[in-house]
Design a protein around this ligand. Sequence first.
Ligand code: UDP
Ligand code: MG
Length: 320
Amino acid sequence: MRILDPTISVVIPIHNEMEVLPEFLDKQLLPELDKIKNYKFEIIFVNDGSTDKSAEILMRYTEKSKRFKLISLSRNFGKEPALSAGLKYANGKAVLTIDADGQQPPSLIPKFISKWEAGAQIVTGVRDHFTKHGLVQKMGSKLFYWMLRRMGNRYTVPGSTDYRLIDRVVVDEFNKLSEHNRITRGLIDWLGFRQEHIEYTYGARIAGKPSYNLSKLFHLAIDSFISMSTTPLIIFGYIGVIITILSFLLGVFVIIQQYILGDPLGLYWNGAVQMAIFITFLIGLVLISQAISALYISHIHAETQGRPLYIIDKGKSKNL
Ligand code: UDP
Ligand code: MG
């Protein structure tokens, strides 16, 4: 068991959620938090450039009680930066991040807390199945995780969401990361530490529309690949190697078959065909050289991200 009566921060990113906020806060989140007696809660709203009345609604809560804090971003930066802002300003011994639209049921919070009390440093909500949205998004997200795993990203659990509880130790490490193009879940998974999962059913929105449409999700997926792995750059190099080898073999075949043996197969391959084989060979070389520069770029990329080389788990180290 951890020390009595610490504070847990609840970070909620909000972009144009005026239709759902009162219901989510008064009917779902706050009653649930009130039931938990061992902890105090500080609730951090991150207003991510809402253009509706969300800001006014949030203001009303902050006027009622000091436990509500409001971070207002100067414009819409996106959910990822909004979450990072919330984590930076959270004071709690642990931080829970949750969406404002009711899709992540607050009734699970006690479960998150008990896993954390039992020693998990990151407790991540994982969608039990891909219930949301249409077929395209479902397939898209399956494909996304399949590719992510293929690309050697071992850290991200399929279906993991931003509904999670993070221990202070992990939050502090997260806050040290300085890279700009960030995917919160990918980074938190990358940090390591003891992680546990809670399966849940992604509910329906209380009201309103998700701000993440297909094209935004697509960009998010691309960003995840690019910020968490350099494999896409290398794949084309392999394609280049295959093309070069095949066209080289074909070229050797033409020389032997046609010029040395005098075309016993009767193919009559003329200059145009030979030229095509030669050009394909050159294309292969170009792809390989591209992949080599890609390797240099990936090193520069890693440097500019400025991630620490390693992260020490102080809790498990001794006499440092
Ligand atoms: N959100 C945000 N900034 C954005 C888009 C979304 O802070 O630019 C918030 C939004 O208000 C909600 C959460 O992030 O609380 C999840 O957004 P949404 O429901 O649109 O995404 P989905 O449920 O499809 O993942
Ligand atoms: Mg949602």
